[in-house]
Design a protein around this ligand. Structure first.
Ligand SMILES: [Zn+2]
Length: 114
């Protein structure tokens, strides 16, 4: 009975996490080590005004780190938009072509599944 309850609590938790996860944007000069990337933080990497990458853990639960290129010289290219109250959006949508193939938008720090 306890095990069943734990399973249920676990699946509610992961459902909740998938749908209500919020990322906090953290501006850093250098790319953190992959093992130090926290699950609810999106790392905005690069010098002020010269951000090159956004790195965060995939929201599907697979724990893989996603790196979005922000440098206009390379493709594909994403933009990070800052909002009031430290929230942010990334555009266009993020679609992993390998692994879990998650497809989602980051809007105001929240995950919106495509
Ligand atoms: Zn994933």
């Amino acid at each position: 009975m306890i095990r069943l309850w734990k399973q249920l609590a676990g699946s509610i938790h992961s459902w909740f996490f998938r749908h209500f996860r919020r990322y906090t944007l953290k501006s850093v000069e250098e790319m953190p080590e992959e093992s130090r990337i926290r699950s609810r933080v999106a790392y905005w990497v690069g010098a002020e005004g010269h951000k090159c990458c956004l790195a965060f853990r995939c929201p599907c639960g697979c724990r893989e780190v996603i790196y979005l290129n922000l440098l206009p010289i390379a493709r594909p290219l994403w933009r990070v938009e800052l909002h009031k109250g430290k929230s942010f959006s990334a555009a266009p949508s993020i679609h992993r072509t390998k692994g879990c193939r998650a497809h989602f938008f980051l809007k105001e720090g929240r995950v919106v599944w495509a």
